[in-house]
Design a binder for this molecule. Structure first.
Ligand code: V4E
Length: 237
């Protein structure tokens, strides 16, 4: 997600990210053009994810990463959690907000610093994954949407360990805007031929499965009942 990490409002009021991942089929870029989409940019960045040796954060659905060019980011579950094949996360991007949430999540008192890189050792956080993504970013406004409406973003990602994944994404500020965002994502996904039931794993999950199978297994063990089945089905490819 490319959000404005420096705006004042973002410091106090994080974005809510609503998204659906999908497997990009051949010809996806032509289909995006047909639908009126435009390629905004092509970027490349390295993500390094951090967690405790026990994966305390990931098991609690918290995802801490350092993204080259953007800095520290922490994705945490949104108030409403996940809905079917869509995920909804709040993304914290200021070090103060991330530090506070990490201390809360890892049950640690004040550490005398708000710099995330300075608290890694005390919180026993270590790198668990690191890879480069090449991302093609598309914007697309659905016909009928008003001029003032934010277009949807479609990211087409290829990770350097040989995995490609797409994502239809909307960013909203308020919980109340989520149902409408989900509806738009659903409409665009169906125009792109993505099934409602499609459960496509993200890059990190595939990375862990391939390169850190024991950690991946730990995460699966944490998942319960139906989620467990969905997670393993989702990563069979
Ligand atoms: C939220 C999450 C993870 C963090 C990585 O998020 P993702 O959106 O895949 O990364 P990326 O690079 O596309 O970030 P963007 O640039 O859009 O901000 S890794 C796993 N999850 C949640 C999750 C889960 N618990 N289980 C399964 C099967 N999938 C996803």
């Amino acid at each position: 997600m490319e959000s404005n990490h420096c705006s004042l409002s973002n410091m106090t009021h994080p974005w809510i990210e609503v998204e659906q991942k999908f497997v990009p089929r051949p010809g996806i870029e032509d289909r995006l053009k047909e639908l009126g989409g435009t390629q905004e940019s092509q970027i490349s960045f390295r993500d390094s994810y951090y967690d405790t040796p026990e994966l305390t954060l990931m098991k609690a659905d918290h995802w801490l990463r350092y993204r080259e060019g953007s800095g520290w980011e922490l994705k945490c579950p949104g108030a409403g959690g996940n809905t079917s094949s869509h995920t909804k996360y709040v993304e914290l991007t200021t070090e103060a907000a991330i530090a506070a949430r990490l201390c809360e999540q890892l049950r640690s008192g004040g550490l005398g610093t708000e710099k995330v890189s300075d608290m890694l050792g005390q919180l026993r956080l270590q790198e668990v994954a690191s890879y480069v993504t090449n991302r093609s970013i598309w914007k697309l406004a659905l016909s009928g949407a008003g001029d003032e409406e934010e277009p949807l973003t479609v990211d087409l990602d290829t990770a350097d360990f040989g995995y490609a994944v797409g994502e239809v994404e909307a960013l909203v500020r308020e919980e109340a805007e989520v149902p409408e965002a989900l509806e738009k994502i659903h409409s665009l996904s169906s125009l792109l031929g993505v099934s409602e039931q499609e459960q496509t794993p993200g890059k990190l999950i595939v990375y862990l499965k391939r390169f850190r199978p024991e950690d991946y297994q730990r995460l699966l063990e944490k998942a319960t009942g139906k989620n467990d089945e969905q997670s393993s089905e989702a990563t069979e490819n």
